[in-house]
Design a protein around this ligand. Structure first.
Ligand code: URA
Length: 234
């Protein structure tokens, strides 16, 4: 990682604004490697330097990456005047300025969602060109058929374009596991709609080779581990 300005990297951790950091530095409350910091613009290396604020060590991270188990009833947005959003579910210690959901799930869809403040990362995993696979469990209002499997594999035509070939596996009589590599609006529901079926419940269970963590209750989130991040980045 490149060295960063002390005020910028500390403010990015979420607890302080840049103005707060300036005030902390001017009253000698910030130290870098045991030396009192004298200037907020001083450069620090987030990987090597030890930074303390009022004597307490601060773990410096340039960005945050969270895995959320989205419950039904919340919207995939940063802010909403009426509805609860996925960002509202992030507890204070993990909440940072600029955090947003990388991709969207419908309000009634549950399951795996990544939240981050790293725009380049989000772009990379969402870009249709990168074909990051996303797997869903879809409960239908009727039995899963072999015809559906064939139609999904051929690429379902939607009015805004043909879908790429998708993999559909029957899990139970009315439950299918579906993997798609793109993210068109209401894609899974519309694909089943073309086959004459209605999706009554939809859950995303994996993204880019990373599975939804079974220990996360609906509404909970946790930071992604380094190796998980590497896996989803591909
Ligand atoms: N496809 C849908 O129809 N809805 C989602 O939330 C995700 C994929």
């Amino acid at each position: 990682m490149k060295p960063e300005r002390l005020d910028k990297i500390l403010a990015a951790q979420g607890g302080w604004s840049r103005k707060d950091v300036k005030a902390l530095v001017s009253r000698g409350a910030v130290a870098v490697n045991g030396q009192t910091a004298l200037r907020p613009e001083q450069k620090v290396d987030p990987e090597r330097d030890q930074v303390t604020v009022e004597g307490r060590a601060v773990t410096l991270r340039r960005h945050i990456y969270l895995l959320l188990n989205k419950p039904a009833g919340v919207v995939s947005a940063t802010r909403d005047p009426r509805e609860r959003t996925v960002v509202d579910l992030v507890p204070e210690p993990l909440r940072r300025r600029g955090i947003f959901p990388a991709g969207r799930l419908d309000k009634d869809t549950t399951g795996m969602m990544i939240l981050t403040d790293d725009g380049d990362f989000a772009h990379r995993i969402l870009s249709p060109r990168n074909h990051v696979p996303k797997t869903y469990l879809a409960r239908l209002d009727r039995p899963v058929t072999a015809e559906m499997e064939t139609a999904f594999a051929a690429g379902i035509p939607l009015k805004d374009g043909d879908c790429l070939p998708a993999r559909l596996e029957r899990v139970e009589e009315d439950l299918a596991r579906v993997t798609i590599c793109e993210g068109m609006y209401h894609q899974i529901k519309r694909m089943f709609g073309v086959c004459g079926a209605r999706v009554v419940a939809l859950q995303r269970i994996s993204m880019g080779g990373l599975e939804l963590d079974g220990t996360l209750a609906e509404g909970e989130c946790r930071e992604l581990r380094k190796e998980e991040l590497a896996r989803i980045r591909g």
